[in-house]
Design a protein around this ligand. Structure first.
Ligand SMILES: O=c1ccn([C@@H]2O[C@H](COP(=O)(O)O)[C@@H](O)[C@H]2O)c(=O)[nH]1
Length: 238
């Protein structure tokens, strides 16, 4: 199946394989990718990847690996060998960790996209201050994205508020995968650095991660359709 033309990645944050597949079966792999995160993977294990691949989805495995270089490289290899489209690590694990993961993929001819998390979209200046970082989030994102770029990452996870700046620093081809997407109709919840889908694309985000605004909506398919309309995406075949 060809890759979807849409930048949308739907976060399947569910407590069971059955619940996740119930949602996946209402989605169209020609219209979006899907993301498997910590809750779902911890509950279902690799079975969920096989089930989603079997349905034709490209999967972003969002486990945010952060450990010593050899451990992270081995975890990234394991993810890639299960055929995921994208996997991520924490940029704060440092250059040697990211480089080890990149080299491991190359040694095994694995084409999975490898990206690094900069500053979680749920964090604001006060959260960084409590970690001893007296900086605006955008400054910390720039620092970590530059390091990720220099360490051979295909892109980063950042908020859409930083996408324009990262386009200047790291270029168009460097992926800017942005959670914290909140259409006008959705609640912010625990997210802090948010943007609407249209604003995020205009700012230079390459991929938009959307969870609760679709998955927790009273009518998830209507919420997805509203997102697509905002982004002027025409479903294939129409
Ligand atoms: O900085 C980050 C990194 C990852 N996430 C993940 O994206 C989704 C967002 O879900 P919403 O329901 O749309 O808030 C979720 O799976 C997070 O774990 C993030 O939000 N921010």
């Amino acid at each position: 199946m060809p890759s979807p033309i849409s930048p949308l990645i739907i976060a399947l944050d569910y407590a069971s394989l059955d619940a996740a597949l119930c949602m996946a079966d209402r989605l169209d792999p020609r219209r979006c990718r899907v993301k498997v995160g910590k809750e779902l993977f911890t509950r279902s294990g690799p079975d969920i990847l096989e089930a989603l691949h079997g349905r034709g989805f490209e999967v972003f495995l969002d486990l945010k690996f952060h450990d010593i270089p050899n451990t992270v490289a081995s975890a990234v290899q394991a993810a890639a060998e299960q055929g995921v489209w994208m996997v991520n690590v924490h940029a704060s694990g440092g250059r040697r960790m990211m480089t080890a993961a990149r080299e491991r993929l190359e040694q095994h001819n694995l084409a999975t996209r490898l990206i690094a998390v900069t500053v979680l979209t749920s964090m604001e200046r006060g959260d960084l201050a409590e970690l001893g970082l007296d900086v605006e989030p955008v400054a910390q994102v720039e620092r970590l994205a530059s390091l990720a770029h220099a360490s051979g990452m295909d892109g980063v996870v950042c908020s859409a508020q930083e996408s324009a700046r990262l386009r200047e620093i790291c270029g168009d081809a460097f992926l800017k995968v942005t959670p914290g997407i909140r259409p006008a109709f959705a609640e912010t919840g625990d997210q802090r650095r948010v943007m609407t889908p249209a604003e995020a694309m205009a700012a230079g985000s390459t991929h938009l991660v959307v969870g609760r605004p679709v998955t927790q909506a009273a009518d998830p398919m209507a919420a997805l359709a509203a997102l697509e309309q905002e982004l002027a995406i025409r479903p294939q075949g129409q």
